[in-house]
Design a protein around this ligand. Structure first.
Ligand code: NAP
Length: 306
């Protein structure tokens, strides 16, 4: 069956929504992690060889940014093994069929430093960071994976970057909006940054972009993100107004104040972030929502009504 699509990480926060929304559910091959470990080269080769895939969407990743930081520079750590070696296994397995199989790597804004020397919002063609000291270890492993995909599969591949992905409901883990909402409900919401530039990804729109990439045979680098940027303080204030009817309840702080008090690494909190979507909108013929529209749409999908 030549319309078969292999989805790695199909039980994760983003992959599972892709599966839910994909128009032709029967054409998805979604092995569970237990039967398909991307760090197992032989398993990966066998699966790619035994089916006639038209596309591979690679969501699977080691995504715990904090834990990844503890593995910095360790190539025997899980983060490197899953994000770099796992991607390498898939890429090597696909390479002999690269003219027939569209390989799509799901990536992140964290491949960029988001600092004042190289600030966002980043265009799709902005080079990802090559100096591991300027990004998180997680971000660096994802940037290495992007380079691998580009080097080995070139024009036959696609990279789709996301930033702070959000959806209305998912039991597996909290996201950029559901976490502060839960903390607010528990009376534990911390002050939010007023001076950090971010954008957010409506996961449903990222899935729609993927549909277009696959069905329209689009290759290259794409972004899925709100069409504008905001700050954590602004977006969470708006969220609480919309979903809880609570006005002016979010305390404000600055990134610098937080970093000084917490002793956390600045790499985890890029001050000048955000992804631009202009090239993607033009190439895919679609429009991304603004961050306010995303909050509105999630609210109408029942965000915070569990
Ligand atoms: N969440 C974000 O903030 C964010 C932002 C930008 C980009 N992204 C990217 O989007 C993609 C999906 O992220 P997500 O938030 O959906 O992640 P997630 O919820 O952590 O899901 C990751 C998935 O990968 C699977 N996985 C991990 N190691 C594996 C292995 N060795 N073999 C096979 N499967 C494995 C996990 O399975 P188990 O649960 O069984 O381990 C899980 O199903 C990732 O590539 C991530 O880098 C995420």
């Amino acid at each position: 069956m030549k319309n078969l699509v292999l989805v790695t990480g199909s039980e994760g926060m983003i992959g599972s929504r892709f599966v839910e929304l994909y128009p032709d559910r029967n054409s998805l091959h979604i092995p569970r992690q237990i039967e398909f470990d991307i760090t197992d080269e032989n398993q990966v080769k066998a699966i790619i060889k035994s089916y006639d895939f038209k596309a591979v969407i690679h969501f699977a990743a080691y995504t715990n940014v904090g834990e990844a930081e503890k593995q910095r520079d360790k190539k025997d750590g899980d983060c490197w093994k899953v994000n770099v070696e796992g991607t390498r296994n898939l890429v090597e397995a696909v390479k002999p069929y690269k003219n027939m199989v569209h390989f799509i790597q799901i990536s992140t804004d964290m491949v960029f430093p988001g600092d004042k020397f190289d600030p966002g919002p980043y265009l799709e063609n902005h080079p990802s960071e090559t100096d591991s000291n300027r990004v998180t270890w997680y971000g660096f492993t994802k940037a290495e994976a992007e380079r691998l995909v580009k080097k080995e599969l070139g024009e036959n591949s696609t990279i789709l970057r996301l930033i702070y992905p959000v959806r209305a409901k998912f039991e597996g883990k909290l996201d950029y909006l559901r976490r502060p909402l839960k903390l607010f409900d528990e009376g534990k919401l911390y002050p939010m940054f007023t001076n950090q530039k971010v954008s957010i990804t409506f996961i449903d729109e990222a899935c729609h972009a993927l549909d277009r990439i696959i069905s329209g045979n689009h290759y290259g680098v794409f972004h899925a993100s709100s069409s504008d940027t905001t700050t954590p303080h602004e977006v969470v204030s708006y969220l609480l107004e919309k979903v809880r009817g609570a006005n002016d309840v979010v305390k404000a702080t600055t990134l610098e104040e937080f970093l000084e008090k917490s002793g956390e690494s600045a790499l985890r909190y890029p001050k000048y972030g955000g992804l631009s979507v202009d090239i993607t909108e033009h190439k895919l013929g679609m429009k991304f929502s603004s961050w306010r529209q995303i909050v509105n749409k999630l609210t109408s999908q029942g965000l915070g009504q569990d």
